[in-house]
Design a protein around this ligand. Structure first.
Ligand code: ASP
Ligand code: MG
Length: 415
C-alpha cells in the first residue's frame, strides 16, 4: 500500500461532470489499496473571475483582502469533490490550507510555504478517509490567509507529499505529459516518459505551462518524484525524478523556446577592469532581468558586450544603456527586439561531445543564422530571428530524432 498525493487542476474540475469523473479516479486509486490525499485547484476560470471582481473595484486591492478573496475558488472545488465522493459512499473530508496548517511567510499573493503540519492529515488518513486539501493557500504566523502565486496548487501538492513522505506526487492536468517540444508548434513532438528535475527546470518555457516551477524546485530539493498525467486519457504520463533513476536516457531530451526576447549589443567599449560588473549592476538596479551574456575583448583593446532581455523590458534596458555613455565613453549600440531563443536540453550532453555541432549544422543547413550562443552542462541556447523559430525547432528536433521512440542504439550512446 502506497501513499499518493493527487493534484487536480482547474480544467479537470471545470464542471460538475468533471468533478464526478475526478471522484471516480480517486476511488479507483483507493480501490487499489492506496491512501490518497487530493489537492485541488479552483474550478476552471474561477481564480481569474475573482481577480476581475477585485480589479473592477480598484486596481490596488489590499493584499490581505485579495488573498482572502482569491483563496475561495479552491474551497468551492474541495467541498464539491468531497460531496461527490461521499455521495459515492467514499469517506472523504475537505480542508482549507489554514485548517491543515500549511504555514507560510507573510508575502501576500506569492507566499512561500515554510512548514506543512501533518497531524490533521495523519489523523484523517488513519480514519481511512480521503483527505482533500485546497491548493494555493496557507496561513501566516499572524493567522492570515495567504496565497502562493498563480499555479500554486502544484506547490501545495508537492509540499504535502514531502511532509507525509508520500510515494509519489501525481499532477493531473489536461495534457498527457511533458513533450519534447510544444506539440502545438510541432505535431511530431513526443511525450517524454521520464525527465530529470534539472531538465524540467530548463524546459521551463514548455514545462511551466504544466507545472509551477516552484513545485519542481521543491520536489528536486527533497527528491519527491512528480508524475504529470492526464485526467481524461489513461496513460503512464511523464515521471519527473532525479537523473540517476532514468534508465533509458537520450542524448537530448527536448527543445524549449521563447519568442519574446530582445538582444542588445554594445561594441567598442574601452577595456578596463570591472566594466562588466558596472554594466550589469546598472541594469539590474532597474530590475531588468538579463538572460544570456557574451563578452569578448577585441584586438583594438576594446570590449564587445552582448546580452538578451525579455522583450517587454527592452525599452527600459536601452534607456539605461544610453545613460552609461557618461561612464564608459563612446560605444556603438546594436539591437534587435525581434529575436527568439531556442534551447536544446538534455542531461545526456554532459558526457558527450558533438551535440552543439549537430545542432549548429542542422540550423545552418536550414539557412538559419545564429545571433548568439550560450551553453551550460545540460543546455545549448541560441538566439535566432523571431520568424525562424518554427523552422529552427523543427530542424533540431529532426536532427536529434526526437520524433522517434529511442532505439537501443541511442540509449547506449548515453550509457
Ligand atoms: N487557482 C490558482 C490559479 O489559478 C492556483 C492553481 O490553479 O494552481 O492560479
Ligand atoms: Mg497549473
Amino acid at each position: 500500500m502506497a501513499l499518493i498525493v493527487q493534484k487536480f487542476g482547474g480544467s479537470s474540475l471545470g464542471t460538475l461532470d468533471r468533478i464526478q469523473h475526478v471522484a471516480s479516479k480517486v476511488m479507483a486509486t483507493r480501490a487499489q489499496g492506496h491512501d490518497v490525499v487530493v489537492v485541488v485547484s479552483a474550478m476552471f476560470g474561477e481564480t481569474d473571475r475573482l481577480i476581475r471582481l477585485a480589479n473592477a473595484i480598484t486596481h490596488l486591492p489590499d493584499p490581505r483582502e485579495y488573498d482572502v478573496l482569491i483563496s475561495t475558488g479552491e474551497q468551492v472545488s474541495m467541498s464539491l469533490l468531497s460531496i461527490a465522493l461521499n455521495a459515492k459512499n467514499c469517506d472523504a473530508r475537505s480542508f482549507t490550507g489554514p485548517q491543515i496548517g500549511i504555514q507560510t511567510d507573510d508575502v501576500h499573493t506569492k507566499a512561500r510555504i515554510q512548514e506543512v503540519k501533518t497531524d490533521v492529515l495523519q489523523r484523517e488518513l488513519k480514519q481511512g478517509r480521503v483527505v482533500i486539501v485546497a491548493g494555493f493557500q496557507g496561513v501566516n504566523e499572524a493567522g492570515e490567509v495567504t496565497t502562493l502565486g498563480r499555479g500554486g496548487s502544484d506547490t501545495t501538492a508537492v509540499a504535502i507529499a514531502i511532509a507525509l513522505k508520500a510515494d509519489e506526487c501525481q499532477i493531473y492536468t489536461d495534457v498527457d505529459g511533458v513533450y519534447t517540444t510544444d506539440p502545438h508548434l510541432l505535431s511530431d513532438a513526443m511525450m517524454i516518459p521520464h525527465i530529470s528535475f534539472e531538465e524540467m527546470l530548463e524546459m521551463a518555457s514548455m514545462g511551466a505551462k504544466v507545472l509551477q516551477m516552484r513545485s519542481v524546485e521543491l520536489a528536486s530539493r527533497h527528491n519527491m518524484p512528480i508524475r504529470v498525467l492526464s485526467t481524461f486519457i489513461d496513460g503512464p504520463g511523464t515521471l519527473v525524478t532525479f537523473e540517476e533513476k532514468i534508465m533509458q536516457r537520450r542524448l537530448v531530451t527536448g527543445i524549449a523556446f521563447s519568442r519574446e526576447e530582445a538582444i542588445i549589443s554594445l561594441s567598442g567599449i574601452s577595456r578596463r577592469i570591472g566594466l562588466e560588473g558596472l554594466i550589469l549592476d546598472r541594469i539590474s538596479q532597474e530590475a531588468v532581468e538579463i538572460d544570456m551574456i557574451a563578452q569578448n575583448a577585441t584586438a583594438q583593446d576594446t570590449v564587445d558586450f552582448t546580452f538578451t532581455v525579455p522583450r517587454r523590458e527592452y525599452a527600459k534596458a536601452i534607456k539605461i544603456i544610453e545613460g552609461l555613455n557618461k561612464d564608459l565613453g563612446s560605444f556603438a549600440i546594436k539591437t534587435n527586439d525581434k529575436v527568439a531563443k531556442v534551447s536544446l536540453v538534455g542531461v545526456g550532453m554532459k558526457s558527450h561531445a558533438g551535440v552543439a555541432s549537430t545542432m549548429f549544422k542542422a540550423l545552418g543547413e536550414t539557412g538559419i543564422g545564429i545571433q548568439m550562443v550560450t551553453t551550460s552542462e545540460i543546455k545549448i541556447s541560441v538566439i535566432v530571428d523571431e520568424t525562424l523559430v518554427e523552422q529552427a525547432v523543427k530542424a533540431v528536433h529532426q536532427a536529434f530524432e526526437l520524433h522517434k521512440i529511442p532505439s537501443p542504439k541511442q540509449e547506449q550512446l548515453v550509457e
